[in-house]
Design a binder for this molecule. Structure first.
Ligand SMILES: [Zn+2]
Length: 493
């Protein structure tokens, strides 16, 4: 059982729980179900007034406080996770008194709220333990779980509020010959983390196929490729592993073969469909990489990742051309990678600038689009295929892969934003910060709400007469330009 918390939620509780006076303190995480795991919707630090007992060896909230939390959880589809500190020791474990308190509280909850589970966390100065008592009506036994801190690179005390890395357990499963060169820099620990990571890649085209193939090659243990399209002849120069006989076959099918050749030990799932129809894969993933340029899909994916506290990397590139003489002239080659660690780094929604015009265009049928073009509402080149070349795709793929490596093996903090200028041969990284009043990741949003959030509703109420910041046709260009602009406004390094 995995429980996800954001770096900020973890820091709030840690600051409250571990203090110099070395007294035990307590608080609640209010957790929502997310796939097979749990995500943190809210934190509730408890004050002295809330406590019946606070001693050096035990602490317990007053019954009224507990009941209040349970009622709140019941009406909001949440599960209480009681956290208390053992600030006098480095290693964490449940004491006999803790066991008795857990017995009493789970007995009480099981009787009153059979659909509610209860978690218990003990956090010491250097590690944390987590035990989960599933809802009575599931009939499941208690299990020890792990806690994952989203954005843990922002925590100065990296060892804090993190369960010991049980990892794979058997270091013998590692193919040391195959991964010799990467173990020399990432260490066996880093290689193990990769082997126990599940990445979902949305889009299996010129960018997504290379990212997926290389994730397998570097030893990522589980991959899911999602794409609704089939291979066309014009895709062959860019899709990793594609051959002429693949034309007409689903793109994820081609990736399956490429992944198998790159690393037969990688567990691979292919989905011929749209990522927004497969939320359960997002909840189950350690990381989602998006290479799609459909604005509605991007927006929905962002909401789903924020709900399930799943880090999300969005990558794309574009080549701008102008007609000159007999042929095109390249005027810009731009790539962009954004890392959205929910609650930790920013995305478009943080600036109130979802790309509604592209979303509107994406949702049109071919006939509707033709009609809009003929009436001049949409420029004709929106319907045109955009220029693309594999050299640019693989440059962005490389930057994206390195971000994944940093996130998984933790050799350094990842950038939240990487910009690539292919004309100037320039690549640069920077950080972003979320907007505290963001509609998606702010207090009224869906951060950490998991399955207890209402289904994210796409904005179907587009008003065609409303002024749009994106009036010209090159919507993808504007999407990217705005991303850079807004990310720069929030840069804090
Ligand atoms: Zn936001």
């Amino acid at each position: 059982m995995q429980l996800r918390v954001t770096a900020e939620q973890a820091a709030t509780l840690r600051d409250h729980l571990i203090r110099d006076d070395r007294r035990e303190r307590a608080g609640f995480l209010l957790a929502a179900e997310s796939g097979e795991g749990l995500v943190t919707a809210e934190t509730r630090p408890l004050n002295e007034d809330d406590m019946a007992v606070t001693e050096n060896t035990a602490c317990r909230p007053r019954p009224e406080v507990e009941q209040d939390v349970l009622r709140y959880c019941d009406s909001n589809d949440l599960h209480p996770v009681m956290v208390h500190s053992h600030p006098f020791t480095a290693t964490a474990g449940f004491s006999q008194r803790d066991d008795r308190i857990m017995d009493r509280m789970t007995g009480y909850v099981n009787g009153l709220y059979p659909g509610m589970g209860v978690g218990f966390v003990v956090t010491a100065t250097e590690e944390t333990v987590f035990r989960w008592f599933p809802p009575a009506d599931t009939g499941h036994e208690p299990v020890d779980g792990s806690i994952t801190v989203i954005g843990d690179w922002l925590q100065p005390d990296t060892g804090l509020f993190r369960t010991p890395d049980h990892g794979p357990g058997d270091a013998d499963g590692l193919d040391r010959d195959r991964f010799d060169r990467s173990i020399r820099c990432l260490g066996e620990d880093g290689q193990h983390r990769l082997a126990h990571t599940h990445v979902v890649v949305a889009g299996a085209g010129g960018l997504g196929s290379h990212i997926t193939e290389q994730l397998a090659r570097i030893g990522v243990g589980e991959l899911t490729a999602v794409d609704p399209d089939v291979v066309e002849p014009s895709n062959l120069p860019r899709i990793a592993g594609a051959a002429p006989h693949h034309v007409g076959r689903p793109k994820p099918d081609v990736i399956r073969e490429a992944v198998y050749r790159a690393n037969p030990d990688t567990a691979f799932t292919e989905i011929q469909g749209r990522i927004q129809d497969h939320t359960s894969r997002i909840a189950a993933a350690d990381l989602v990489v998006s290479t799609i340029d459909n604005a509605t899909a991007k927006s929905t994916l962002n909401q789903d990742c924020v709900r399930h506290l799943t880090p999300f990397v969005d990558a794309g590139s574009r080549i701008d051309t102008e007609r000159k003489g007999n042929g095109p002239e390249i005027t810009a080659i731009k790539g962009l990678m954004q890392l959205v660690a929910p609650g930790v780094t920013a995305w478009f929604d943080c600036y109130g600038r979802g790309n509604t015009e592209q979303a509107r265009i994406d949702d049109m049928t071919g006939d509707e689009l033709d009609e809009e073009i003929s009436q001049g509402y949409v420029d004709a080149d929106v319907a045109d295929s955009q220029p693309a070349i594999t050299a640019i795709n693989t440059a962005i793929a490389g930057a994206t892969l390195q971000t994944v490596l940093k996130l998984v093996t933790r050799y350094t903090a990842p950038s939240a934003l990487i910009r690539y200028d292919g004309l100037a041969d320039d690549i640069s990284g920077s950080q972003t910060i979320p907007n505290p009043s963001c509609v998606t990741c702010g207090p009224d949003g869906v951060l950490g709400l998991g399955e207890s959030a209402p289904d994210p509703e796409l904005d179907q109420s587009f008003d065609a007469d409303a002024p749009s910041p994106f009036q010209t046709a090159r919507v993808w260009k504007h999407w990217m330009d705005n991303a850079v602009l807004h990310a720069l406004h929030s840069t804090h390094d």
